[in-house]
Unconditional design. Structure first.
Length: 395
């Protein structure tokens, strides 16, 4: 490491993880500077971020809005150059000047730029779990070939990473199982008979975390945990049967590792994503994150319960998908993205999300994906199937 500051590309800088990342970076201006900030379409938010962080590039997926942003930045005297293309997202992730990339786009849309960062050997801070669920072994192979470092940002996976031995070669020899904690979301105690009437507003009101809408719905169905089980499998090379989920409503223990001698190591903290983000940015060092400290004197009880499969049928799809042929986890992810979008658009009931995911997994036959283009084609194929299932549900 040199003494110079690190140049960071923040993919999805206007989102929940993106803004938390910029919050941590702003606490350490001597250590981190923005190289590129990117968003789907939020001109106002990206404009403000560009004036504050002065990145070399800003990328908007929407070309018309990119033009608007560019004009506004010029008028404000900013030197930030505005780009607008899918390729631009990959370019600002793989540029030689870039030290670290925060992958915080939501959904499979983040796969290509995350892979570009992995191939270019960057320090890759992975919040975008869908990219790994879709990319699977191909994604991990790109990380190895690129020779960079993959640092998990999902709080559970950061907790596991912090609990594991430093040397990845020791993981398989020492670890018995990984225990991912789950809050249980807003409907942990709601009468399952009323889940059909859940509104997007209710599903997005998470008890412990403020997050983007897609992950909030996933937390309410526990599909978020299903995706995280798959994420843990790929990140830590852990067999599916060695990954367990337990509901821990207080979200204080962020996850645990049990070793062969039955010793359990856990990571604790207040539920604040700036902690895993700060760790990803500074690893193996530790920097101030802005999070409040746990107050053990007032913490009260930490409780645990097994997830109820009748209330959360989607959780089991993780293990089912990992048993399937290569690409099955990508199919599950695509179906879930379509189902969640339909629910948020009020075209699908909350309790039908699982039906779409299950039906799409059952219906789709596909050939083994061998490269990024194959994965993107499989993602598109699964989306078409899931859209058809959504229409069938609406009939
Ligand atoms: P969000 O919806 O708040 O933000 C998403 C960001 O991605 C925004 O900047 C948006 O403009 C951008 N974006 C969306 N679609 C895009 C597209 N097609 N092309 C380019 N940019 C696009 O989401 P979030 O809650 O910040 O989550 C981001 C990722 O991090 C997700 O994969 C989520 O699962 C993961 N994650 C989030 C949290 C959390 O606390 N929010 C915790 C763990 C993991
Ligand atoms: Mg998580």
């Amino acid at each position: 490491m040199t003494d110079r500051f690190q140049l960071v590309t923040v993919l999805g800088s206007t989102g929940s993880i993106g803004t938390s990342t910029l919050d941590v970076m702003a606490r350490h201006p001597d250590r981190y500077r923005a190289f590129a900030l990117t968003a789907a379409s939020q001109v106002d938010a990206l404009f403000d971020q560009c004036l504050r962080f002065q990145p070399r590039f800003a990328v908007l997926a929407d070309p018309v809005r990119a033009g608007v942003l560019s004009d506004r930045l010029r008028a404000a005297g900013s030197a930030t150059e505005v780009l607008a293309s899918a390729q631009a997202l990959c370019d600002v992730s793989a540029a030689p000047e870039v030290d670290a990339v925060m992958a915080a786009i939501v959904g499979a849309a983040g796969l290509a730029p995350s892979l570009a960062a992995a191939r270019a050997g960057k320090r890759l801070l992975l919040a975008n779990k869908e990219a790994l669920v879709v990319g699977g072994d191909l994604f991990m192979a790109a990380v190895r070939q690129g020779g960079g470092t993959l640092l998990p940002i999902d709080s559970e996976h950061s907790a596991v990473f912090q609990s594991l031995p430093d040397d990845p070669a020791a993981w398989a020899m020492r670890v018995d199982k990984i225990v991912l904690t789950a809050s249980g979301g807003p409907f942990r105690e709601r009468d399952p008979g009323t889940l059909a009437a859940v509104t997007p507003e209710e599903a997005c009101a998470h008890p412990n975390w403020v997050m983007g809408r897609k992950i909030s719905v996933d937390s309410a169905t526990m599909m978020n945990k299903a995706l995280e089980v798959i994420e843990a499998h790929y990140l830590f090379g852990m067999a599916p049967e060695r990954i367990e989920v337990v509901i821990h409503p207080q979200s204080v223990i962020h996850s645990m590792v049990q070793f062969h001698d039955r010793s359990v190591v856990a990571q604790l903290g207040t539920p604040d994503m700036r902690v895993p983000i700060a760790y990803g940015l500074s690893w193996p060092a530790r920097i101030e994150s802005g999070a409040a400290a746990l107050d053990f004197a007032t913490l009260g009880a930490l409780t645990f319960q097994p997830p109820d499969p009748a209330r959360f049928p989607g959780l089991g799809l993780a293990w089912e998908a990992m048993k399937g042929p290569t690409g099955t986890t990508a199919v599950l992810n695509a179906a879930n993205e379509v189902a969640v979008a339909a629910f948020l658009d009020r075209r699908l009931r909350f309790d039908q999300i699982h039906r779409i995911n299950h039906a799409t997994l059952q219906a789709l036959t596909f050939s083994k994906p061998d490269c990024l283009d194959d994965l993107l084609a499989l993602d598109a194929q699964a989306r078409t199937q899931a859209q058809a299932e959504v229409l069938r549900c609406a009939c």
